[in-house]
Ligand binder design. Sequence first.
Ligand SMILES: Cc1ncc(C[n+]2csc(CCOP(=O)(O)OP(=O)(O)O)c2C)c(N)n1
Ligand SMILES: [Mg+2]
Length: 538
Amino acid sequence: MTAIDGHGGELALAALRAFGVDELFTLSGGHVFPLYDAAHSTGLRIVDVRHEQSAVFAAEAVAKLRRRPGLAVLTAGPGVTNGVSGLTSAFFNASPVVVLGGRAPAFRWGAGSLQEMDHLPLVAPVTKEAVTVFDTDEIVAALHKAATTALTAHRGPVFLDFPLEVIFGAGRGELPAVQIPVIEPDPDEVAKAAGLIAAAQRPVIIAGSDVYGGDAIDALRAAAEALRVPVFTNGMGRGALPAGHPLGFAKARRVALGGADLVVVVGTPLDFRLGFGDFGEAKVVHVVDAPSQRATHVEPAVSPAGDLRAILTGFADHTGPREDHEDWIATLRQAEEKARARDAEAMASDADPILPARVYGELRQVLDADAVTIGDGGDFVSYAGKYLEPTTPGSWLDPGPYGCLGTGMGYALGARVSYPDRQVCVLMGDGAAGFSLMDVESLVRQKLPVVIVVGNNGIWGLEKHPMRAMYGYDVAADLQPGLRYDEVVKALGGAGETVSAPSGIGPALRRAFDSGVPYLVNVLTDPADAYPRSSNLA
Ligand SMILES: Cc1ncc(C[n+]2csc(CCOP(=O)(O)OP(=O)(O)O)c2C)c(N)n1
Ligand SMILES: [Mg+2]
């Protein structure tokens, strides 16, 4: 235990520093000045934005990428309400985000202070913990507990607010050692699951974000290699088995799920992205990082719960008899190669107007292996998921199952602050761009270069095409065609250009990555092109 004293802001940041927090994202408000004062005097980096949602999305990117708390500081009332979509995304994504809110003074609560509202009922349903700290002497303990909760599987965001007199007041606290509880899995369940995989004829593993969040990427690879099981990934799990790994697959999913006799889903929910866990005749093993994550709408053969590293290592260490999966792996490899050839053709398309596939064909040639790519949009981002193949785990950021448009600039900020030397590239729909482009100013002013590629089809494509298919017409789905989003970025101090011919994409992307400033490549794409999908609502 280390004793610390100071004002409320100093106590709060000292507690979070112990968890590796070394920056905060915010938009100014007097209710939280002591947190700025503490950051200013201790050298904790302050990154400020133009809308609170960007602050929380930035904190979420840090939490996702670095597996430690990402911190956003929001002023009382509207600051907090503007951050609610970010908190909700973090909740859906199991991101260990800490949001600190200002709060009107407690001593005259009810008298009508500026921005006086009780935030807790709003944020409680989308956080693991939401508390008001009423005593300056309790700040250190409250923050230590909150950060520990955020980092304990199943991870997620926490929210604390501080009445004005509490955060401005002086106090003291004792800083305990950081210790994140680990949930030990039931060894019988682990053994049962490993036995099922070994005995299966055609097993498949699908691994998701919690595998990265739980630092279990190596254990996943070891389990797959030991039991010879093909692996598909989603979310932050992408890149776990990089392209070229004999058990890594991305494009043969339909063949795999159609033919599998056992589907092992690790670290991701059995939600709409996975057909709600209905894999026909195949048995299901659902591996989760906490018992709370066991599916209630399907009955898996077994659902080991707890530390993913321990569970996957248990799989790797399985010693019983095992079936030979080599024919199955060869079948999937054939399907994978066929799909890869089809994709390569699409990505080379000379079609005019430009197809999104070509944008990704060009982008793949300029991206480094460890580039962080971020998707924010509809169809344009579905194509990014299809055509971009991250080879470094924890380098792909999508909004996750909450599907919130507007994450792009915040995620880019968080990624750039996390990795000053890696490429950071945001793929944005033109609709999505409208939510956050003003935060290019935050990037410019704070010298945080990123490349923004807008797939500019002049429509809310992922809504327009389905509505037309359903009703034969569409409303509220058009945007102004041909808009110069690159000029917006230029006006804010960055750079950019518009591309309308396929041959222009590659050179523009190279200029963008070489520029060293926020740079928007505005690619005019074909509004008639719709991402082929079977359903998008349920
Ligand atoms: C905050 C929010 N509002 C609305 C939606 C519904 N929505 C999902 S995709 C989409 C269209 C996105 O359009 P754009 O970013 O231009 O990408 P495109 O589909 O055209 O490639 C909309 C409106 C959402 N997911 N999130
Ligand atoms: Mg669009």
